[in-house]
Design a protein around this ligand. Structure first.
Ligand SMILES: C[S@@+](CC[C@H](N)C(=O)[O-])C[C@H]1O[C@@H](n2cnc3c(N)ncnc32)[C@H](O)[C@@H]1O
Length: 203
């Protein structure tokens, strides 16, 4: 789902950049270490700040950013060039990513799934794209926030969204075992999960 005006301003602001790189990325990478030289996909990569952070912090062997919004991808392209980082950028929905199965060791989603109408299909797509044993890192906002009327007026989100239990249940149905579940409050949570079975996967 396309970002609303206010959220677009926020994600492209220096504040978001400041929160994402030193805080969020530090937090997620200390919870469960990224495998060395991993092939990483950032779902809903937006303006690419997360890709730059990932490139610097975990030194992946390959990096891919996926987003539906061509304007954000153009920002990401410019940012990556400025930082001299090579990454593949793909304009696609999280539910249908035109890449072969089992291509990645790590998939990250920093606030993307809560923007996807069919977020369960997006999780199935993450399971398809990961190799067995691969890791999924999500930092997501939950229904108590995203379904709030005032919040949705200011920051449009698909309704009804999901809560932490629904997200982790759907992960399990898609073959993931959760390794770390941190509820930051009822509004948001951070989950790291490993793909441990082929449930729900297809080639
Ligand atoms: C809240 S922003 C987060 C951007 C970035 N990950 C960050 O942490 O700042 C959500 C991003 O998800 C993208 N998005 C929304 N729906 C999507 C979908 N169905 N498939 C892929 N990306 C999507 C939006 O264009 C936006 O860039």
């Amino acid at each position: 789902m396309k970002l609303g005006f206010l959220e677009r301003c926020y994600v492209n602001s220096p504040l978001r950049n400041l929160l994402q790189r030193p805080l969020e990325l530090r937090l997620v990478t200390t919870l469960v270490a990224f495998p060395k030289g991993a092939q990483i996909m950032d779902l809903g990569c937006g303006n690419g700040a997360g890709l730059v952070g990932l490139a610097r912090r975990v030194k992946p062997s390959a990096l891919t950013g996926v987003d539906t919004d061509p304007a954000q991808l153009a920002r990401a392209r410019r940012r990556l060039m400025r930082h001299n980082i090579s990454a593949q950028l793909i304009e696609a929905s999280a539910t249908h990513i035109p890449l072969p199965a089992h291509s990645y060791d790590v998939v990250t989603s920093f606030g993307c799934l809560n923007h996807v109408e069919d977020w369960q299909a997006a999780l199935a797509e993450c399971a398809r794209l990961l190799r067995h044993g691969g890791l999924l890192y999500t930092l997501e906002f939950y229904r108590p926030l995203t379904a709030n009327r005032l919040f949705r007026l200011l920051f449009p989100h698909p309704y009804p969204g999901f809560n932490h239990a629904e997200l982790t249940d759907a992960m399990r149905r898609n073959g993931f075992t959760t390794l770390v579940e941190k509820r930051l409050c009822t509004f948001a949570g951070l989950t790291v999960a490993r793909l441990t079975s082929n449930a729900g996967q297809y080639d």
